[in-house]
Design a protein around this ligand. Structure first.
Ligand SMILES: [Cu+2]
Length: 491
């Protein structure tokens, strides 16, 4: 082949090929932009198409009178009023490693103050925004508050702008470990520091727990720095042999953390604030805690003195309980599973369960976005339910990483994993850690009328589309999500 011929050939095929390639790139960029574009104005109550419904036996009741979410407020309680002020502000934080961080804080610190209340208390929190330009809200993660108090920008309220304030009121009805964070641009604002722990203590402490040391440990990622209760170093808890510690671990970051407990056997006392029924002793088992989840561990300090709880993922931020010689660090170990942990309850009402509605949510990703049933955020039709219905939801992790899936306003019960019914204690959660190829069936009672987000608590995934609504028929909202109002709950 002569040189002339080959260059002719290059021209004949090469140029059209290049042309096609350019067209291809242009089209891809166009669709990429469209998919990532934030909506101008969306009414999140309007998504009344059934999403991925396997069956929907309940009929739509069009005669139901509309009730605005704003009108659904906290009920009465005989408990006392507990009042808190939280002011969101830009702050240069002095960290205990000598560095500073540009943070957004509640009352000057990140995490914000730990709020401790008692079961039955009427909790009143005045949120003020000093100077966070995009506005802020507070979502009470895991606490089943009434619709108007859920803190979702564009759904339950407008984002609170600089100089403005908003008062949250709810009854702390269920004891447990919970946390709070901004739900305006949550993936940005939580990472900037707008989060904290809220603990609801039982009204009557059980005899078993009356003498335990109660310690909360909130993990967060502040920018690129990992913190435990605001420290870069870890946590030391004083104690003597025989003392019992209730360690309330909260994962306020985006990635799953595997915890090891060295030096003593321990119990998983509660998950997402809900007690485990007859939890057995564990030893050398790793505890995986998904983003947004809480695990309460009960640990008795051994004669040798010291227990160390380690974050295996980061190999940093250890929690040291007691004193004495360091325990032998475990390497790896078996992963904890709630499938057969604890014992079943007698007369479990669940045996009679007949769901009124079923939904299937396939959690996955396409080229540039995270998806539920192949769609993203406002393109995902809502799950629509009626008050009083029992709802069966199947969660399928089709890849793209761990998806800790969180339901607002509801506690759900895990029924099965990969088709096998749970054998141990009933498991009640608000956030379910799902790993690739896992399938879970969960059940919830539609007992809290409102407009509720349901999303992955890897907030990066939520911001890339893995976020949808669980809406009750007949509930409306005057608020709008989108660039026009500036309310972007999951950006
Ligand atoms: Cu996810």
């Amino acid at each position: 082949m002569t040189k002339k011929k080959s260059s002719k050939r290059l021209f004949k095929f090469g140029v059209p090929l290049l042309f096609l390639l350019l067209i291809g790139i242009t089209i891809s960029v166009y669709f990429w932009q469209i998919r990532l574009q934030k909506p101008q104005e969306i009414n999140m109550a309007d998504h009344l198409h059934s999403s991925g419904a396997v069956s929907a036996t309940g009929m739509h009741d069009h005669s139901a009178t509309a009730v605005p979410c704003e009108a659904i407020v906290a009920g009465e309680t005989s408990g006392p009023v507990r009042q808190f002020d939280l002011t969101a502000a830009r702050t240069v934080l002095q960290l205990d490693n000598g560095k500073t961080a540009d943070a957004w804080t509640f009352n000057g610190s990140s995490p914000g103050p730990e709020l401790r209340v008692k079961e039955g208390d009427r909790v009143v929190v005045m949120l003020r925004n000093k100077d966070i330009e995009d506005g802020v809200t507070i979502h009470w993660h895991g606490i089943n508050v009434p619709c108007s108090q859920d803190g979702i920008a564009g759904v339950t309220q407008n984002a609170v702008q600089p100089g403005e304030q908003f008062t949250y009121t709810f009854v702390a009805s269920a004891p447990g470990t919970y946390w709070y964070h901004s739900h305006q641009m949550s993936s940005i604002q939580a990472k900037k520091g707008l989060l904290g722990t809220i603990i609801v203590e039982p009204k009557e402490p059980s005899a078993q727990l009356s003498s335990v040391k109660d310690v909360s440990a909130l993990y967060q990622q502040l920018g690129s720095t990992f913190l435990l209760n605001g420290s870069t170093k870890g946590l030391n808890v004083q104690g003597d042999a025989g003392d019992q510690v209730r360690l309330r671990l909260t994962n306020g970051g985006n990635e799953t953390i595997n915890f090891s407990v060295d030096g003593a056997p321990f119990q998983v006392f509660a998950m997402d604030g809900h007690d485990v029924h007859e939890p057995g002793l564990l030893d050398g088992v790793l505890i995986p805690i998904g983003a947004g989840q809480r695990y309460d561990l009960l640990i008795r300090l051994p004669e040798s003195g010291k227990v160390v709880v380690r974050n295996q993922s980061a190999k940093s931020l250890p929690i040291t309980l007691g004193s004495g010689s360091d325990p032998e660090p475990s390497n790896g170990g078996e992963m904890f599973s709630f499938v057969d942990y604890g014992t079943p309850m007698q007369d479990d009402p669940l045996r009679k369960l007949k769901p009124d509605r079923s939904f299937e949510l396939k959690l996955g990703q396409s080229l540039f976005v995270n998806t539920i049933n192949g769609r993203s955020f406002h393109e995902i039709p809502s799950m629509t339910v009626k008050e009083g219905e029992s709802v069966l939801i199947t969660l399928v992790n089709e890849g793209g990483g761990d998806h800790p899936f969180h339901f607002h306003g509801h506690t759900f019960r895990v029924l099965s994993k990969n088709g096998i019914p749970l054998k141990g204690s009933p498991v009640y959660l608000d956030t379910l850690l799902t790993k690739k190829d896992e399938i879970y069936e969960v059940y919830l009672e539609a007992n809290n009328p409102g407009l509720w987000m349901a999303h992955c608590h890897n907030l990066g995934h939520a911001s890339m589309g893995m976020s949808m609504m669980l809406n009750y028929e007949g509930i409306t909202t005057p608020f709008r999500v989108g660039t026009k109002s500036g309310n972007l709950p999951d950006l």
